[in-house]
Design a protein around this ligand. Structure first.
Ligand SMILES: Nc1ncnc2c1ncn2[C@@H]1O[C@H](COP(=O)(O)OP(=O)(O)OP(=O)(O)O)[C@@H](O)[C@H]1O
Length: 298
């Protein structure tokens, strides 16, 4: 459905997207994750046809995103990271306007109901809360029953219940064949929705795979120690390959090699005042390890 080959975008001296290859099969859900400024939005804008890359080739369902714009608009739905709505329009006005763009766009009432916006249909769009505007922009992206949607920071600013509704809606549409390319900073969202993930750092893809593959290859065995961890710290620090991070009253212990666990356990057994909890490896751990340099800078 989406083929991007060697896509490069420069803003002056900055290479925001650097020879990126990305392919998304029909019916697949792919997430692009990465630190702020990694180039995710820029890459999506190129695939959506909103920005021309300096070099590289992109096709979406066999179309060229920029030269086949009219045909693209009928097949692809887009939710931008920020959407500016016209100031004097109501929710219903904007839905009617968008519905008019598509042959199958009339059924917006159901989408508004699904996304909890029915009661706001006569309200000015600019008076919606940030989360409500986000839900509206997602409803508008789905209005034309597209074959593929591009969702930039899908649920940023949404309350937990709204996130669940949106995840379920997308999952159902994906099961019915919708292809989804999204960006998100929420690893739980990526794990819930995505078949594949690409990790973008400084414009380059530095890892890709299923969420489970990324967890298996890039997360480290971790333990959390609460209680009296001050006394145990020096002994753990002395083990090469053990990383310690203090988070509030807790000590996070990460092992570069699972074989170090026996040594760590031996030390912990001598310090009974320290309460130990093993942490399940997660996509967030894998992400932080992959983008460690950026996490460190922050
Ligand atoms: N129009 C622009 N002109 C100049 N530089 C830009 C422009 N848009 C983005 N950039 C720069 O390009 C880099 C990539 O930005 P981009 O918005 O694609 O990152 P992102 O991964 O989407 O970030 P975020 O997670 O913060 O949304 C950043 O360093 C940004 O400052």
């Amino acid at each position: 459905m989406i083929q991007a080959a060697q896509v490069t975008v420069r803003y002056g001296q900055l290479v925001a997207v650097d020879h990126v290859d990305l392919s998304v099969a029909q019916g697949e859900v792919v997430g692009v994750v990465g630190p702020n400024g990694a180039g995710k939005t820029t890459l999506l804008e190129c695939i959506e046809g909103l920005r021309r890359p300096d070099s590289g080739q992109i096709t979406v369902d066999g179309l060229h995103p920029q030269s086949d714009r009219a045909a693209m608009a009928l097949r692809a739905g887009v939710q931008l990271q920020h959407t500016a709505f016209p100031p004097r329009t109501t929710v219903e006005d904007i839905c009617k306007l968008f519905a008019g763009f598509y042959p199958k766009g009339a059924g917006y009432a159901e989408l508004l109901e699904r996304f909890g916006l029915s009661e706001h249909r006569r309200q000015l769009v600019v008076k919606l809360s940030g989360g409500q505007q986000q839900r509206l922009s997602l409803a508008l992206a789905l209005l034309g029953e597209p074959k593929v949607v591009f969702l930039d920071e899908l649920t940023t600013g949404l309350d937990p219940a709204a996130r669940r509704v949106i995840w379920e809606e997308l999952r159902q549409r994906n099961e019915a064949g919708l292809t989804i390319l999204l960006t998100s900073h929420h690893m739980d969202e990526i794990e819930f929705l995505c078949d594949h993930v690409a990790v973008l750092v400084k414009g380059q893809i530095m890892a890709r795979g299923t969420p489970a593959q990324l967890v298996a290859s890039h997360s480290r065995e971790s333990l959390e120690i609460s209680g009296d961890h001050g006394s145990v710290r020096p002994a753990l620090e002395a083990i090469s390959g053990v990383q310690l991070t203090t988070t509030g009253k807790r000590l996070l212990v990460q092992l570069d090699d699972p074989a170090l666990r026996a040594k760590v356990d031996e030390i912990l057994a001598r310090h009974e005042s320290a309460a130990v909890r093993p942490l399940n490896p997660s996509l967030e751990d894998a992400y932080l390890n992959l983008t460690g340099e950026q996490a460190h800078v922050l």
